[in-house]
Design a protein around this ligand. Structure first.
Ligand code: AHG
Ligand code: MN
Ligand code: MN
Length: 342
């Protein structure tokens, strides 16, 4: 490889270190943590791409704390992330969709200054259909004093306190997209060399949105405001344009499309899911941080996601996310037709 080519290649490690160099007091702890998440992504990707070739495909038969069936890959992805991160001295505690309680750092290892929240495998019910899945993560600085085990307080923080957040999407290629509050960058895994390389620098949502993404199978359960908003997206209710519909049923894949193509994704509350389906701490808050860093906006339909003070590890929230004007339009329909409070 000539020097010229090597100069053009920005590995994720180089990018993380570049970002770190802008903070003279940085110790490299966050950089190490982000690097480890990339490594977890590579391990998880190497399993997901084997698909039907291995007997790991399919459900374990157990149910998780949400009462949903756990796929074997969910358990694998959870274990990989915990085991890569629990001994490094970087973390005070972790929280995962696949663990009911806070995950402590084992006694024999040092505790650190960050907390990590993650959905090890998002959209896992899609695995059996060879549809994209993902991993979501959010990193906070601990609130409780250093040197002791982390507590729930270190995990239950507002999204706007996130120090870094991102996701890995296991699709036709594997991509890692993250932000440390200084814009959003995307990296594609080059499987031939096993490295994430910068392919999507400084991602911004396109100004002209193309897509809307929601499970319209639930339309009859939605409020009047949300039904009208949906008609507006389809060109009704006085709209001057209509958007194309895309829905994978895998949030990360759907939101990745919104990030790159522009549009809105929503998963509202309805009588069957009174607080929506998606979980605040390891699904909607980290993804909202990324989308807002790319110039978009995320709301429950009534308030910004990033302003919510969590009270429970697995709490759920409705979500409207994407181009700001579309999300604000949803808020407007909800405020007009659904009354001030539900
Ligand atoms: P998970 O696999 O982590 O439990 O998340 C699944 C979520 C999310 O990825 C997706 O947007 C949503 O479930 C789809 O739900 P519906 O099938 O109700 O549309
Ligand atoms: Mn999920
Ligand atoms: Mn999951």
């Amino acid at each position: 490889m000539s020097n010229k080519v090597a100069d053009k290649i920005i590995t994720i490690e180089r990018h993380i270190l570049n970002e770190q160099s802008e903070f003279p007091d940085a110790t490299g702890t966050l950089s190490g943590l982000l690097h480890n998440i990339g490594l977890a992504g590579k391990l998880i990707a190497s399993r997901t791409i084997r698909g039907g070739l291995s007997d790991i495909l399919g459900a374990t038969g157990e149910t998780n704390v949400q009462g949903e069936q756990v796929q074997k890959l969910d358990a694998y992805a959870h274990q990989v992330i915990v085991q890569l991160n629990n001994h490094t001295g970087r973390l005070a505690a972790m929280g995962s969709e696949e663990a009911e309680e806070l995950i402590s750092i084992p006694d024999q290892y040092p505790v650190g200054k960050y907390s990590l929240l993650f959905d090890p495998l998002d959209g896992s019910s899609n695995i059996n259909f060879n549809v994209s899945v993902g991993t979501i993560f959010g990193i906070y600085r601990r609130i409780t004093p250093l040197g002791r085990p982390g507590t729930l307080e270190d995990l239950l923080q507002k999204g706007k306190n996130l120090v870094a957040a991102g996701y890995i999407v296991y699709g036709s290629s594997t991509m890692l997209v993250y932000s440390t509050g200084n814009g959003v960058n995307g990296f594609t895994l080059d499987p031939s060399i096993g490295e994430f390389l910068l392919t999507h620098p400084k991602i911004r949502l396109p100004e002209k949105p193309q897509y809307f993404s929601a499970n319209q199978g639930y339309q009859n359960r939605w409020t009047e405001g949300i039904q009208r908003f949906t008609r507006w997206l389809r060109g009704g209710e006085g709209a001057t344009q209509s958007l194309s519909l895309r829905y994978n049923g895998s949030m990360i894949a759907d939101i990745h499309r919104v990030l790159l193509g522009g549009g809105v994704f929503y998963y509202p509350a309805d009588p069957k899911v009174p607080n929506g389906k998606l979980r605040l701490l390891y699904e909607t808050a980290p993804i909202s941080f990324v989308i807002e860093q790319a110039g978009g906006y995320a709301s429950t339909g009534r308030e910004p996601i990033l302003d919510i003070q969590p009270t429970e590890l697995h709490q759920r929230t409705p979500l409207f996310i994407g181009n700001r004007e579309l999300v604000e339009k949803a808020e407007e329909f909800i405020a007009t037709y659904d009354g001030p409070v539900e």
